[in-house]
Design a protein around this ligand. Structure first.
Ligand code: C2O
Ligand code: CU
Length: 562
């Protein structure tokens, strides 16, 4: 880990963002082209400090973490601190062409991760092109000094990142499917902490292993860092206890499997209470439709002690690949801890109601090109039927400096055409509009946002992610949302506080949040192919009254857009 001593953020800046007893931590990230051998072949990938997954950042609640990023690679990059609200500092949030322009080869940029109320597990990842396939790592946020977890102190704790490996160059994978109009190629393996595990070739030596002692309890910080799939995770013979998600504590939930969306984190306790032996921990796809990959990545829990380890470990018995009930049921059981020390602050009244359809779309190909989407069409995706076209400059910079012509402030608050969203789809509903539209909100607006997944191109789940805020998930169900019926059953008592939530296939999910973070914040599906197809939009939250409600000025080293 590269920790250096001299803080580079000016004293003035620090006073404005740092709580009194919080610390400043410094990391150095060097983006490099690194040759890795996996699955019996060599690939050159983008890494941070030669590692993929990259370094784990460890901080305490409320700390300020400086990350000095140096680009020594052949490709440009931006980094996003997934789930960190970055109050007043969208400049360091990371999404390319939303809050910044790329850090080009040979350039550097000093990010600061502005932690506030987050506590638990988050992660960081590249936020340009498909670079996050290999450029990602864990962000562990411990309780404040002198404070404890709201559960017995574990004997040890481990980040556990589910990743993905392509033998091919990831940039080429991306360019190829965007050109063809079809689906991207599947990866060649799923990974646990960078290792495919026993069920893939050439992996035995490097399989991720954890040693446990019988009778003790361990904390695992599970992150779904893969590109295009919701995953089921399971440990053979063991139940686990979920204690947190998305850097917020949850009521304890005992389960024998986990469903985790790309972007989401789940903190769980493992009680080492089975016959001492070796057991697989494993992850594989949940897929309601779309990309399908039967691979299983495995790691091993090894009990300490004298016994003959089994020669063949049993692969855990997963829910079926398309078991929507198992997927949705796990997620719906997550509830905020909601105790005295961790109160729930869900808006009880709403100032602004938003209704967003989320769709995969299909557009006819121009006559002289043939596309590889269904029926020879081109696959796209949209929010409220708008396919996002990112500008080649930063929306944040355009907003801050009043640069015209970059975006239009007219993102629709509800769909322009209403239809039976989850019913049969006629071809005229398939083709979206292109746009770079933003939705402007007054500071401190209490927002209710209902995501409605549609059946266009057959429908699929969408793990929706909001930057700059956490949100409470107050309701979700299959079918069409009904404003006259469903709000009566919202959970306004102990809804889970998340940054990413999977909207079920042909279903809806309602979230509430206070738009209290002035700036420019991206909202998008965390399936990488969907956001590449345009499933994203941007919120602009205006400055409020008082100094703490004003967006900070840009840092002096913002990468140039031209
Ligand atoms: Cu983890 Cu905008 O993403
Ligand atoms: Cu999606």
């Amino acid at each position: 880990m590269n920790v250096f001593i001299l803080p580079f953020v000016s004293v003035v800046l620090l006073c404005s963002v740092l709580a009194t007893d919080a610390a400043i931590r410094n990391y150095k990230f060097v983006l490099e082209d690194t040759v890795y051998t996996k699955l019996c072949s060599n690939s050159t990938i983008l890494t941070i400090n030669g590692q993929s997954p990259g370094p784990t950042i460890v901080a305490r609640k409320g700390d300020l973490v400086n990350v000095d990023l140096v680009n020594n690679a052949s490709h440009h990059v931006t980094i996003h601190w997934h789930g960190v609200k970055m109050p007043r500092y969208p400049w360091w949030d990371g999404p390319e062409f939303v809050t910044q322009c790329p850090i080009k080869p040979g350039q550097r940029f000093k990010y600061s991760i502005v932690l506030s109320d987050e506590e638990g597990t988050l992660w960081w990842h590249a936020h340009n092109d498909w670079s996050r396939a290999t450029v990602y790592g864990a962000l562990v946020i411990l309780p404040e000094k002198g404070d404890n977890y709201p559960f017995p102190t574990p004997a040890a704790e481990f980040p556990l990142l589910i990743g993905e490996w392509w033998k091919a160059d990831i940039q080429e994978v991306m360019e190829e499917f965007l050109k063809s109009g079809g689906d991207p190629n599947n990866s060649d393996a799923f990974l646990l902490n960078g290792q495919p595990g026993d069920l893939y070739p050439c992996s035995k030596q490097d399989t991720f292993k954890v040693t446990v002692e019988f009778g003790k309890t361990y904390l695992f910080r599970l992150v779904n860092s893969i590109m295009n799939n919701i995953m089921f995770f399971k440990i053979a013979n063991h139940n686990i206890t979920v204690v947190g998600s998305d850097a917020s504590y949850t009521k304890h939930l005992d389960s024998d499997y986990i469903t985790i969306s790309p972007g989401q984190t789940i903190d769980f306790l493992l009680h080492a209470n089975q016959t001492p032996s070796h057991y697989y921990m494993a992850a594989r796809v949940y897929a309601s439709s779309g990309i399908f990959d039967t691979g299983i990545t495995t790691g091993i829990i090894e009990y300490a002690g004298n016994y003959t380890p089994p020669t063949n470990l049993t692969v855990p018995d997963f829910p079926d690949f398309n078991d929507t009930h198992a997927s949705v049921n796990f997620t719906n059981q997550l509830k905020s801890l909601a105790d005295k020390k961790h109160p729930v602050d869900v808006p009880q009244t709403v100032d602004k109601t938003l209704f967003f359809t989320v769709s995969v779309n299909l557009r006819n190909c121009s006559s002289n090109t043939s596309c590889e989407g269904p029926g020879g069409g081109r696959l796209l995706a949209s929010v409220n039927n708008i396919t996002l076209l990112l500008p080649n400059t930063s929306i944040l910079e355009a907003y801050y400096n009043n640069i015209p012509g970059v975006y239009t402030p007219d993102f629709p608050e509800s769909p322009l055409y209403q239809f039976n969203y989850t019913g049969p789809i006629t071809p005229n509903l398939q083709d979206p509009e292109n746009g770079t539209r933003v939705l402007v909100l007054e500071h401190n607006t209490n927002v209710e946002l209902v995501f409605q997944a549609t059946n266009i191109v057959g429908g699929i789940d969408h793990p929706m992610h909001l930057h700059g805020h956490s949100f409470y998930v107050v309701g979700s169900d299959l079918g069409n949302f009904d404003q006259n019926v469903h709000p009566q059953n919202y959970n306004l008592k102990d809804p889970p506080l998340m940054e990413t939530i999977a909207v079920p296939r042909n279903g809806w999910t309602a979230i509430r949040f206070k738009a209290n973070n002035p700036g420019v914040w991206f909202m998008h599906c965390h399936f990488e192919r969907h956001v590449s197809w345009g499933m994203g939009m941007t919120f602009i939250i205006k400055n409020g009254k008082g100094r703490n409600a004003q967006m900070a000025p840009p840092p002096p080293d913002m990468p140039k857009c031209t």
